[in-house]
Design a binder for this molecule. Structure first.
Ligand code: ADP
Length: 488
């Protein structure tokens, strides 16, 4: 039996791929290529879809060659979500730059959407209308790129998120998976189909969109080294991380500590809508069942550590923050609010700015560094509280990943402040692992009951029994948040 699956992670700044040995449960080879971005106007972010595709081919070729095409059972794809590509159905050539998820060019339009329509959008898609999601980006292309409009009128335009472009170029099929579709703001996440009313509202004809299929479907075949290789298993990157962290049961959640912080919370087969401004999203589909997740993010996490390093210059490397934080027993009364670019759920204030309070003559840089790390854990607590409250589901355990999850002080403090164990895996590239596992399950080379064994814990951070102490610390942080909100 072919035992290798190639997992692709098409991220915003880099494209990575790994060869996963299903029997051994490890990646035996990896490849990576950086991808450029351009910023043609203030707030605009674009990418060249051809560059993405060439780099995807480069890393896939590298991985296929490392084991030989004949030994590859299939390819799974995870990708940056929401980013929109328009291409010619006949040639596969992009007709304009890809509009990246971060791009704010449609912000004004999204802000003008009526309250009634906003409610409809939330009820159908689980999303809060924003320029972040794909719908308004597609509308922008149809209104501003004459070539796109012309091709659309001639029935020769394809529009989709990045995975659908990659699948099209690899296999010739025009498909997307449910998790990516659920980030477009055009997809009914209960009926699992494009919503006609929303498409009409955004001026998007249904025939330019890909066919949505379950994440664990077969997406066609591609050729490498003269061999046909199936493409099987496709997920948005955050959902892939949820899957790779084996959060496969209701109440299991993962937090990615990168530049920002992303939390996804598995709510089982229930599609739960949040009152706190969290998003409802399709987690994944497996064997005919769809599982949902609540999603929340904090804009700043690792970026606050970068600020200590590059802005204040009080640490030389991000890693050093751990040593300083551990050198003091507390923050000496210092509180930090990492609101560099406003505050997300549940505070939702784009005007709030960062705050450092409680400084005395005895305050040292170690106190400030510790306060910054603690603030990251507190913002995750904010999100976790909303998820538990909105869903009525207990949070069993948190699985962590991302650059800052390497910081053991932060992970221990996170467990303490949540009162829940934080479980750090050996394989930190959860996105790659997630899509490798889904692909292997889809190809039938990994039984669903064996999936959980493929995630190996490196360390479990057990919460302290001193609940009162940590609740008081969290209450202090909430006071600092109140002050940050007054600053606006
Ligand atoms: P992204 O994918 O968002 O670029 P990564 O997952 O690569 O982010 O994580 C990078 C972030 O993690 C940086 O902001 C960095 O400051 C932070 N980071 C990395 N190592 C540590 C550490 N040991 N302690 C705290 N923060 C860290």
């Amino acid at each position: 039996m072919k035992r290798y699956v190639i997992a692709l992670d098409e991220g915003t700044t880099s494209v990575r791929a790994g060869v996963y040995d299903v029997e051994k449960g490890i990646f035996i080879h990896r490849a990576q290529q950086e991808v450029g971005q351009s910023y043609p106007k203030s707030g605009w972010v674009e990418q060249d879809a051809n560059e993405i595709y060439y780099k995807v081919m480069y890393v896939l070729n590298d991985c296929v060659q490392s084991v030989g095409a004949g030994n590859v059972a299939g390819i799974g794809i995870a990708n940056q979500r929401e980013t929109v590509v328009c291409w010619n159905r006949e040639t596969g050539e992009p007709v304009c730059p890809a509009i990246v998820w971060q791009c704010r060019r449609t912000g004004k339009f999204c802000a003008s959407i009526s309250a009634e329509m906003r409610k409809k959008i939330k009820d159908k898609t689980g999303l809060l209308p924003d320029a972040y999601f794909s719908a308004s980006k597609i509308k922008w292309n149809l209104e501003n790129i004459p070539e796109a409009k012309k091709l659309q009128e001639e029935g020769r335009l394809c529009v989709g998120t990045v995975e659908s472009f990659i699948i099209f170029r690899l296999t010739g099929r025009f498909l997307t998976d449910y998790t990516n579709a659920s980030r477009t703001m055009l997809f009914d996440i209960r009926k699992m189909q494009w919503d006609q009313e929303l498409c009409t509202f955004f001026g998007i004809p249904l025939d330019i969109l890909p066919e949505p299929v379950p994440s664990d479907a077969r997406f066609g075949t591609t050729r490498f080294g003269g061999k046909e290789i199936p493409v099987a298993g496709v997920l948005g990157d955050q959902q892939a991380a949820l899957f790779g962290q084996v959060c496969h049961r209701e109440g299991e959640g993962k937090i990615t500590y990168g530049t920002g912080l992303f939390m996804l919370f598995h709510t089982g087969e229930k599609c739960i809508f949040s009152d706190s401004g969290l998003l409802t999203t399709v987690g994944y589909t497996l064997n005919g069942k769809t599982y949902y997740a609540l999603e929340g993010s904090a804009f700043n996490a690792g970026s606050a550590v970068q600020w200590l390093r590059d802005g204040l210059g009080i640490i030389k490397s991000s890693e050093e923050s751990e040593e300083f934080a551990c050198s003091v027993s507390d923050t000496g009364g210092v509180s930090f609010v990492p609101a560099f670019t406003g505050l997300g759920a549940p505070h939702w204030n784009s005007e709030a700015r960062g705050l450092l309070t409680g400084i005395s003559r005895g305050t040292t840089r170690a106190h400030i560094i510790r306060a910054v790390l603690e603030s990251i854990a507190f913002s995750a607590r904010d999100l976790a509280d909303c998820m538990i409250r909105d869903s009525g589901i207990c949070l069993r355990e948190i699985k962590c990943d991302g650059g800052a999850s390497a910081n053991s002080f932060l992970m221990q403090f996170q467990a303490d402040v949540l009162g829940i164990a934080v479980n750090r895996p050996k394989e930190r590239e959860s996105t790659l692992l997630g899509v490798a596992l889904l692909s292997a399950a889809s190809l039938g080379i990994l039984a669903p009951e064996d999936l959980a064994d493929k995630r190996i814990s490196e360390k479990i951070f057990v919460p302290s029994l001193e609940r009162k102490k940590y609740e008081e610390l969290y209450a202090n942080y909430l006071l600092a948040i109140k002050r940050a909100l007054l600053n606006e």
